[in-house]
Design a protein around this ligand. Sequence first.
Ligand SMILES: Cc1ncc(COP(=O)(O)O)c(C=O)c1O
Length: 447
Amino acid sequence: MAKAKYLEIADAIIHQIDIGHYHEGHKLPAHRALAEEYSTTAVTVAKAYSYLAEQGHIESFVGRGSFVKSRSTLKQAIQSQLVEDEWNFSILQPCLGSAMEQIHNAMSQCFREALKPELFGYIENTGCSAHKQAGMKWLQQSSGLQIRSAEHVLLTNGAQHALSTLIELYSKPGDSIAVEAQTYPGILSIINMLGRTAVGVELDEQGMSPSHLQAVCAQHQPSLVVIVPSHQNPTTRTLSLERRKAIASVIQRHHTWLVEDDIYSFLNTEVIAPITNFIPEKSFYISSLSKAISPGLRTGFVKAPQSQVDKLAAHIRSMVWLASPMTFEVAAQLISSGVAFELAKDQKKIAEQRQVIARTILEGERLESQYNSFHIWLTLPEHVNTDEFVNTAKERGMFLSNGRFFCYNESYSQSIRLSLMSIPDQTHFEIGLRHLKTLLDQYQSSI
Ligand SMILES: Cc1ncc(COP(=O)(O)O)c(C=O)c1O
């Protein structure tokens, strides 16, 4: 039987996308133009376009047309455009206002001082000792991590590089990796790209459930367990000390490694001992300056078990030689002068203010967050379709992160993640939130 015309058109468009002729963001021809080319009607082309939209290949906007969608789920989850007149509630970064000047000052100071040959050559090929010392200070002060020697600290190009390095080195294709059932899409994208399988561990109101982790470990024997223990992305939940001990005890009993990604620990009101403190020989602890200071620095720190330091250093050396000592020089300057901790405190304060504003404007909505989280996990009313809501918000200039991209198996989610920090101007931020509230009210009243 001959293929329906609309599917023939859809296949032809998918082929154009596959061969790179239609790239991401490419505007597809108007219905009438394509109808002429295929000797068919505009209605058939519209049917082909809605089929392509359903399948996730394109997105259509009233009055603007249809466009090829990104194939990277990470890119769809975290939309990094920062366009004036639009509201980016999608990207989780610090509020880059006055912080930029302080970072700039640290940079100028670093490079005004005496020339340091180690910054320019290949000699210190696992990173300068002074930079590891600074990393140790950051890890100890921002999270209460116990470290005996700066030699256990490795330097990476941000936490993302640390995560991909550890997943690549400590698992093989086909292995299971246990993650929070809803987690940071950057972790899921590494697991998928490297051909590993993500296994979701249930979350309750505190975060990862130790009893379900126990069941997952028994059933799937994951090579690694990846956990975000503080201000979890996307739910903002934080594991209590008791919960951390319980998780450590599960991991201790199984043949698996822990990767503790504690990039938001500086937001905790009181220091809560990391899980790593209870199982230091079975755990890799990750932090970075991306959320507290600036993601542009690309400075990440990993504290490795003593037995794994050489293996991990050799892997980093083979892959990237070393994370740039130039940016670590700036990071070390910020940390040793104490400015890094001041900047982190400032971000914490901004997050606190933004939470108050958001909770006031979005009153009546189902919101989850802590009083100073960088983001909010917002659950839409049951009758609202999240995919449609996120698309409509985008048409109106609001970028939101669809909860689907945080689910370990990309299943449908009734929630969205709302970043409160990526819009530097507070008035603009408030206007954006009011637009969002209007949209939520419109959907609410459309029952
Ligand atoms: C939990 C988590 N880990 C890692 C990262 C990436 O951090 P970095 O910029 O240091 O690579 C993010 C960024 O959103 C994150 O939320």
